[in-house]
Design a binder for this molecule. Structure first.
Ligand SMILES: Nc1ncnc2c1ncn2[C@@H]1O[C@H](COP(=O)(O)OP(=O)(O)OP(=O)(O)O)[C@@H](O)[C@H]1O
Length: 269
């Protein structure tokens, strides 16, 4: 069954069968009295490609961070293919299934891209020949091979995003959770990333990604979730959420009135 539901709860279904790729129940987080995420429920079925959209400050990063084990929730939990994300000491199975590209990823500045991936692959216990060939392939496909001797501290923003994505993909996860994966990525690399993600979903993987790029979400995702002020306003298939409009129009309608667009007074005539 695929349907859009009431605010605060949503199912995002793909093919039937098995536990959800990601189950979120009652996630809440507040910072100093500001409710960043309010009691969010979300069910993402295996094989779904979900776009999480919302205005600046809507709570997307906070929600994704709690769902993957990077930020402790005030309440609620998440499960990856039935494996709990919280408490942290019970999250080994969930983390093995997860590939994460966090917002503002803190990367070791004094390692090169190949060193970082090799280090992470060893931590994940990948056999040496498998690790070597995956590192080479990822660097090649993401156009980072030529920068093999460059320290990550000297990477551009887009290169950092790509090495972060490579790190998320390295161990062959079943669920990718990506915070703004296309931010600062050049158009040629973006096409590569799109192809990687399409192939990942075609192979049975599941993607949940946040983005502000509505056209990109419409092009890539089969499901959309709209978050505003910490509340999940709507979730469902792309067509359900768009309901006959463009996603941008539907989004503007859902998140409601904002101050009207206007120029700056000191530039106006
Ligand atoms: N560590 C923090 N300390 C205090 N407030 C925070 C913290 N992290 C997030 N917030 C607040 O929580 C709310 C949600 O922030 P969040 O970064 O999750 O939004 P977002 O939807 O990802 O925004 P954007 O699209 O601008 O990246 C905002 O009001 C933000 O100021």
């Amino acid at each position: 069954m695929t349907r859009a539901e009431e605010p605060g709860t949503a199912r995002l279904d793909g093919p039937e069968g098995g536990p959800p790729a990601l189950l979120v129940r009652g996630l809440c987080k507040s910072f100093g009295g500001n409710d960043a995420v309010r009691d969010v429920d979300l069910t993402v079925a295996p094989g779904a490609f979900v776009g999480l959209v919302g205005p600046n400050g809507a709570g997307k990063t906070t929600l994704l961070s709690m769902a993957v084990g990077l930020l402790r929730p005030d309440a609620g939990n998440a499960w990856v293919a039935g494996a709990p994300v919280w408490p942290a000491q019970d999250a080994d199975r969930a983390k093995a299934l997860l590939g994460v590209l966090p917002d503002g990823l803190a990367l070791p500045q004094r390692l090169t891209g190949p060193e970082l991936l090799t280090y992470l692959g060893r931590l994940r216990g990948l056999p040496a020949p498998v690790l070597r060939s995956r590192v080479d392939e990822l660097l090649d496909v993401l156009d980072l091979a030529a920068a093999g001797r460059t320290l990550i501290g000297d990477y551009s923003t887009g290169m950092r995003k790509k090495i972060g994505l490579a790190a998320a993909l390295l161990h062959g996860p079943r669920l990718l959770v990506l915070d703004e994966p296309f931010e600062a990525v050049d158009p040629v690399s973006a096409a590569v990333v799109r192809a990687i993600l399409d192939g990942f979903v075609a192979g049975g993987g599941t993607v949940l990604m946040s983005s502000h790029a509505m056209a990109l979400v419409e092009r890539l995702c089969d499901h959309v979730a709209v978050l505003d002020r910490g509340v999940l306003l709507r979730a469902g298939t792309l067509d359900q959420v768009r309901s006959g409009h463009t996603l941008e129009e539907a989004f503007a309608e859902l998140v409601g009135a904002r101050p009207p667009a206007r120029g700056l007074s000191w530039f106006g005539s």
